[in-house]
Design a protein around this ligand. Structure first.
Ligand code: IPE
Ligand code: IPE
Ligand code: MG
Length: 244
């Protein structure tokens, strides 16, 4: 089973427009999908689910859409806390959270605090997030530490970088899914997806369901993750692993 699934939840707006509805209705329907996917991941025993909910670039959308998304975020978080606790889900958030409206941030912090104990799934919402800005903050932090003399530039390795990202306490994603038909990364988890298996589906996020997710996991299980090695090496390794 994959340990960490990351999803670029795309297609809400088109889903609504195809039905002659306002884009906001698509976001509302998308919020329902989030609930279903969280429940599915709990059922499947997946320990980490990370969702791209709002990118740094999404601040450039029309003001009414941004405001509606922020309102939806606050109300969903508030509403979902009991269900999250019941399902043993810990809420976590990454991104430049200082950009969010004060109320959103307070709701979010409160929900993270209330769900911090007794969990089997860590649900991470990426909010005002972009991979490049995450790397920028990481580099600034490391440059400051080097200037202060608390680290030596020679000692900065890949682990140091991973530990200075928003995702410091998350494993790298095994699977990255993008719904909505586009085949791009849109600035999501640039460092962390170095070896993720990528899946692109034309299904719009509001229509994405447990069956779709289980099919992707099945395909993932049939892929050979070689991490640069040859197929023969990988097979030999899993053979000796099985013999242990
Ligand atoms: C994804 O759906 C949700 C957010 C980016 C907030 P979109 O709103 O991007 O939907 P499309 O791509 O316009 O259909
Ligand atoms: C990516 O979707 C961001 C989120 C899903 C939150 P977008 O719809 O914003 O991506 P682009 O602009 O089409 O690349
Ligand atoms: Mg989109």
């Amino acid at each position: 089973m994959p340990q960490h699934i990351a999803i670029i939840m795309d297609g809400n707006g088109r889903w609504a427009q195809q039905r002659g509805m306002d884009r906001i209705m698509g976001h509302k329907a998308g919020a329902e999908t989030v609930r279903r996917m969280v429940e599915e991941c709990v059922r499947l025993g997946i320990p980490y689910l990370t969702l791209y909910a709002f990118s740094t670039e999404n601040w450039n959308r029309p003001q009414y859409e941004v405001e509606a998304l922020m309102r939806l975020l606050s109300s969903s978080i508030r509403q979902e806390v009991p269900k999250l606790k019941e399902n043993h889900v810990r809420l976590n958030a990454i991104g430049h959270l200082e950009d969010l409206p004060q109320v959103c941030r307070e709701e979010l912090e409160e929900a993270c605090r209330l769900t911090a104990h007794d969990f089997s799934l860590t649900l991470t919402l990426s909010l005002s997030y972009s991979g490049r800005s995450e790397l920028k903050y990481c580099m600034r932090q490391l440059a400051q530490q080097a200037a202060d003399g608390t680290i030596n530039s020679q000692d900065i390795d890949e682990q140091t970088i991973s530990k200075n990202l928003y995702t410091a306490d998350l494993p790298d994603p095994d699977i990255l899914i993008r719904t909505g038909g586009e085949q791009r990364i849109s600035n999501f988890l640039l460092w962390q997806i170095a070896y993720a298996e990528l899946f692109f589906t034309p299904v719009m996020w509001p229509d994405f369901n447990g069956q779709h997710l289980r099919e992707i996991i099945q395909q993932y299980q049939n892929r050979e993750r070689r991490f640069g090695k040859t197929s023969a090496q990988v097979q030999q390794e899993s053979l000796s692993q099985a013999q242990k």
